[in-house]
Design a protein around this ligand. Structure first.
Ligand code: ZN
Ligand code: ZN
Length: 367
């Protein structure tokens, strides 16, 4: 099968013919339908995520929709022909985190970097083993994933749009509905309106927030933010966003502020823009070792700071729910796909992401 291989950071990916070993017990072979172009892949491409956790050569890609081709022994949740959205976090269903209803914190399936949940690699170019990414590696025609990572969805859901639910939409909407549990009428600020930030705004729409203030450095991204429901936009390259947010909220600050990029100075701005008793949610993944300075007066201000991984998702509950929201017209996906690419245009797709051209780019594997 064809796949895009990253041999070294800051080098173009190469489309190669790879061997993919079939599914073992508890695993599923899927044919990728569409796969989103996400910043997490780009962090590996540009070398900002590096070291032993990100071994190369690797097939990236972790936001995908697919059709089940074959199942291994002991698979009961999906069958061949099912349409699925892939989750990049396998879950065991038995550990304390899973039983508490926090499968995104599952520690029953931890495996070495670059491998499948069972610790092996199934991708090869000749004799050379190729690493997996996000236990998914969807920049390829096919993938083998653990059964818990293939979530069946309604067959009437268009697969190119379904792909986005696997990362950006789940993370953004989940940050609002699952992590923060924003109450109707709340005020929100969303820092960085890329793929995740736009979907935090969409989460605010679903939660009936009364004010959704979007902050970014690029005017085209703020336009996208307005299209999905931002009530106000602030270009932080021209004005101080904290002061502007205070002005828009009668000097109070917002109930909830979200940092969708994960930079310490942005997390701090988000914190400063919340009202006393307000909540800051850090959704973006910060550079390794970075720290956020928070005033020690947090007791008096009664503020909360929360982390949010993968929108605190329970994929088998949340993915079908988000599909329903789309099919009911309550979640915008058509509007956030700026451009579709073929697999052999993948380097162009990431160049567009680096420039901030697209709300979201999607690689469509088949029509
Ligand atoms: Zn992603
Ligand atoms: Zn678990």
């Amino acid at each position: 099968m064809r796949a895009a291989v990253l041999y070294e950071a800051n080098q173009p990916m190469v489309i190669e013919d790879l061997t993919l070993e079939g599914p073992r017990a508890g695993e599923v072979l899927v044919r990728i339908a569409a796969t989103g172009v996400c910043h997490s892949d780009y962090h590996v491409i540009d070398g900002s995520w590096h070291g032993p956790r990100y071994p190369k050569p690797v097939v990236l890609g972790h936001e995908a929709s697919a059709v089940v081709e074959a199942i291994g022994p002991n698979v009961s949740l999906v069958k061949p022909g099912d349409h699925v959205i892939l989750s990049f976090a396998s879950t065991c269903g038995r550990c304390q985190a899973c039983v508490r209803g926090e499968p995104y914190l599952c520690n029953g399936m931890r495996s070495p970097a670059g491998t499948m949940p069972d610790g092996t690699r199934r991708l090869r170019k000749g004799d050379q083993e190729i690493n997996h990414f996000g236990q998914t590696s969807s920049f390829a025609e096919m993938a083998v994933v653990h059964e818990s990572q293939a979530i069946p969805i309604r067959p009437d859901m268009p697969l190119d749009r379904a792909a986005l639910i696997g990362c950006a939409v789940m993370t953004g909407v989940g940050a609002v509905l699952n992590t923060a549990r924003v109450e109707p009428g709340s005020t929100m600020a969303v820092f960085a309106t890329g793929g995740v930030g736009l979907n935090i705004i969409q989460g605010g729409m679903l939660a009936n927030a009364s004010q959704i203030i979007a902050i970014d450095l690029l005017d085209n991204k703020l336009e996208y933010a307005k299209q999905v429901g931002a009530t106000h936009v602030i270009n932080a390259s021209r004005v101080d966003p904290v002061g502007a947010i205070r002005e828009l909220t009668a000097g109070q600050g917002v109930d909830y502020a979200f940092d969708a990029i994960g930079l310490p100075q942005v997390s701090r701005q988000a914190y400063d823009s919340t009202r006393a008793g307000g909540t800051t949610v850090v959704v973006g993944i910060a550079p390794t070792g970075a720290e956020i300075p928070i005033p020690a007066s947090i007791a008096a201000s009664s503020k909360t700071v929360k982390g949010c991984f993968y929108g605190s998702t329970r994929p088998s509950v949340d993915f079908p729910r988000l599909v329903n929201f789309y099919l009911q017209g309550r979640l915008k996906l058509d509007e956030i796909i700026s451009r579709r690419y073929r697999l052999d245009e993948i380097n162009e797709a990431f160049a567009a992401l680096a420039r901030g051209d697209n709300a979201r780019g999607v690689i469509v594997m088949r029509d």
